[in-house]
Design a binder for this molecule. Structure first.
Ligand code: PLP
Length: 246
């Protein structure tokens, strides 16, 4: 368990250093712990060290960990691909924010369900900034249109944008993805769309969080660098072709 505490301290230091380097206040950047495949006792260790924000990719894992985590005050985001047939349960499990809204059909169905339950939900719009077919997200040239469409849905509150950048050992190769997301945010802010907040930029992971922070990230999502390597390949979570999605 000590490894988790050590790793969190290390990540916090990386966040602080990156912020200082580009003149930002470290309090502007939230650390979201990507907890896919991580057992509740390990997540609780992180909570006890003061962390409060987690993200899961699959409804099934939210369900499995719900009872073990429910007595620990925390915020849960959904960061995986969301199928429309899982909407009811995502809402039932009180997810605080769905970061992965990437198509109008999903937004409309989410909104319909929320309306029926007289509830609202914070969301981010996920953009595919790397152009890779294997990644989810609306394409950058359709992002503004999607934001406008979602803005008309009363029960969804847009808080910003999210992206999974290009995977590379060299963060400089990923930087253009982050720059693009940041530019899109500015473009949307300039449009002044009623009901649309563009506070959050969720981008950057274990290997490229410094670059993401330099480009304006307000939420970084870190898994491996806190909890260690996962057994499942990431394609298990991210590939459209996978029949076991969510
Ligand atoms: C797993 C995951 C992360 C964290 O990735 P690491 O490389 O383990 O830090 C970030 N975002 C999403 C959407 C993820 O699924």
């Amino acid at each position: 368990m000590n490894d988790i505490l050590f790793n969190i301290r290390h990540i916090r230091q990386r966040i602080t250093d990156a912020c200082i380097k580009c003149g930002r206040n470290p309090s502007e950047v939230r650390l979201l712990m990507a907890t896919k495949t991580v057992a509740p006792d390990r997540i609780i260790t992180a909570f006890e060290s003061g962390e409060t924000l987690i993200g899961e990719n699959k409804l099934q894992e939210i369900k499995e960990k719900y009872d073990a985590l429910k007595d620990y005050s925390h915020e849960q985001h959904f960061i995986g691909h969301l199928q429309t047939n899982k909407i009811k349960e995502i809402i039932r499990y009180n997810v605080d924010c769905v970061q992965s809204v990437d198509r109008q059909e999903l937004a409309i169905k989410l909104n319909d369900r929320l309306k029926r339950e007289r509830r609202n939900l914070d969301i981010l719009v996920q953009v595919n900034t790397s152009g890779e077919a294997s990644k989810f997200g609306v394409s950058p040239d359709k992002a503004v249109e999607l934001v406008k469409q979602i803005a008309a849905l009363d029960h969804l509150h847009i808080k910003g944008l999210m992206t999974i950048g290009l995977f590379s050992d060299d963060p400089e190769e990923t930087r253009p993805c982050f720059t693009l997301l940041s530019q899109l945010r500015q473009q949307i802010i300039n449009l002044n769309i009623a009901g649309v907040e563009m506070k959050e930029l969720s981008m950057g992971m274990s290997g490229d969080l410094e670059t993401a922070i330099e480009e304006g990230a307000t939420i970084i999502r870190v898994g491996t660098a806190i909890f260690g390597k996962r057994v499942y390949p990431d394609s298990y979570y991210w590939n459209e072709q996978n029949p076991n999605q969510s």
